[in-house]
Ligand binder design. Structure first.
Ligand code: AHR
Length: 503
């Protein structure tokens, strides 16, 4: 049998930043309220209002960062409404998401407290759409300044003596759409202006992130790079205005008006979703080519800070809450995305699945007050070994099996590998709808003595975990492989994800 793939275990490669495994929490549906936050008086076990079980679940997957407060909510959020005694915080309507009352009980102090409990880095998106330059500037001062100023006095009055560390700072969200419907040129000028007053206080060095493109809007990336990164005099650092640019792309099985159910098990929707997941490789490559032109030394990072499946909302739920179930199909969308993100680790510094709890492709769902770990969660857990590891190039045989959808073909086997401290992790996804695949991987450049395998598979195409059956789709040990003459051979069942730990 010809080898399906070759991995050079001793090859150099870029580091897969742990931030590629990042998360996103918006004031949307039950992500914050009812998801992360239930309030101190809740019968649900909590620490200062944060759900203990949710915190523990995310700590188990070493959550590297958490993006907040949106999303579209970010450009309508006025941070001063969310500080001070909870009883005097104003109530407002969350006009963007479901028209529900937002009581502002979860604000700056609560979010940064949550990040400390999760031991994760905050990533805050400032309001560039409807907020003022002064408001954004003062928010940073309030959180990160250690000197004497009205903002630090206010912070202390509200119970926090020492400043927090906040590194990742978003200059607005989707400003081509919900964040103000701006043109790229107008946004670039605004980002420069707002960014000027986003100060790095003391050793809190801000990492400013410009709002990036929607999917294939390559002109947006071009305009941002030309205006905020290119140096006409040839004598200025590429990262003088921003350190990163974002990108948003959601995976949809149909079109925006008819996305299809999260529990759809038909081949057509399966193929559509898998093809669109594989397409992310070309999407990133094209945005990178624009970035490479203006920034050949790769000083500016790409942050894919919203991605994931977007299905029709679950029947009977508030359409503005974006609640959807999560099946083995979603898990494979995630594993394919991670393979692609690893491959582009030379430019991608961070990605954030949308969203952490109860919204879109959530790793964690709360149903009947019980915490459910979705199949997507298990992919994050199984891939933990890739955090901050060296990405290893994978050479795939050109005749690996393909599937076709709407006259375009894509490979049904996806693979990535990394090395960390003399240990290797290989991730394999079989995204074929029905066929098992025989795989042989030639492992070169180091002697492998021991392999430990795990598999995430499912009986049906829409198998998922629920409050009644929380363990329908969980990883189990996988031992059905042979290691011979430096090659590992195995059969990966249809619609399955396998990780191999090599020593
Ligand atoms: O994640 C849901 C929404 O999708 C976000 O608020 C917005 O940024 C994107 O359009």
């Amino acid at each position: 049998m010809k080898h399906t793939a070759i991995i050079n275990l001793d090859a150099p490669g870029p580091e897969i930043s742990k931030h590629i495994y990042g998360h996103f929490s918006e004031h949307l549906g039950n992500c914050i309220y009812g998801g992360f936050y239930v309030g101190e008086d809740s019968p649900v076990p909590n620490v200062r209002g944060m759900r203990k079980d949710v915190i523990e679940a995310f700590k188990r997957i070493n959550i590297p960062n958490l993006r907040w407060p949106g999303g579209c909510f970010a450009d309508e959020y006025h941070w001063m409404d969310g500080i001070g005694p909870k009883t005097s915080r104003p109530e407002m309507i969350n006009t963007h998401w479901g028209g529900v009352v937002e009581n502002n009980h979860f604000g700056t102090h609560e979010f940064l407290d949550l990040c400390e409990l999760l031991e994760t880095e905050p990533y805050i998106t400032g309001n560039l759409g409807s907020g003022s330059v002064q408001e954004m500037s003062q928010w940073i001062e309030y959180m990160t300044f250690d000197g004497k100023s009205p903002m630090t006095e206010l912070r202390k009055k509200n119970g926090r003596e020492k400043p927090w560390k906040v590194k990742y700072w978003g200059l607005g969200n989707e400003n081509w759409g919900c964040g103000g419907n701006m043109t790229a040129q107008f946004y670039a000028d605004q980002a420069k202006r707002y960014g000027t007053y986003c100060r790095s206080y003391g050793d809190n060095k801000l990492y400013k992130i410009a709002c990036g493109a929607n999917s294939i809007e390559y002109d947006w990336t071009e305009t941002i790079m030309r205006n905020l990164v290119a140096c006409p005099t040839g004598n200025c650092p590429a990262d003088r205005f921003i350190k990163g640019i974002s990108l948003h792309y959601y995976t949809i099985a149909g079109d925006w008006n008819n996305k299809g159910s999260a529990l759809d098990d038909q081949e057509e929707k399966w193929l559509a979703l898998m093809k669109k997941s594989c397409y992310v490789d070309a999407l990133i490559a094209r945005h990178k080519s624009i970035m490479d032109y203006y920034d050949p030394k790769k000083k500016i990072d790409l942050l894919f800070d919203e991605w994931g499946t977007w299905h029709d909302v679950e029947e009977g739920t508030n359409p503005g809450f974006l609640f959807q179930q999560n099946t083995i199909r979603d898990a494979l969308v995630a594993s394919v995305h991670f393979d692609i993100f690893h491959k582009h680790a030379d430019r991608i510094h961070m990605t954030n699945i949308a969203q952490a709890v109860n919204v879109l492709q959530a790793p964690v769902l709360i149903q009947d007050n019980k915490l459910i770990l979705t199949p997507t969660y298990h992919v994050f857990e199984m891939n933990k070994g890739h955090h901050d590891a060296v990405n290893l190039p994978v050479y795939m045989n050109e005749d690996i099996p393909k599937a076709e959808f709407e006259s375009e073909s894509f490979s049904t086997l996806s693979l990535s590998a990394s090395r960390k401290s003399g240990h290797y992790l290989v991730s394999l996804s079989n995204i074929d709808y029905t066929k098992d695949q025989n795989v042989s991987i030639d492992l070169r450049g180091a002697e492998v003595r021991k392999i430990t395998g795990r598999i995430l598979s499912a009986a049906k195409h829409n198998s998922h975990n629920s409050a009644d059956k929380p363990n329908e789709v969980v990883p189990v040990a996988f031992t059905d492989f042979k290691l011979n003459n430096g090659a590992v051979k195995l059969t990966i069942p249809a619609h399955s994800f396998i990780t191999l730990d090599l020593d």
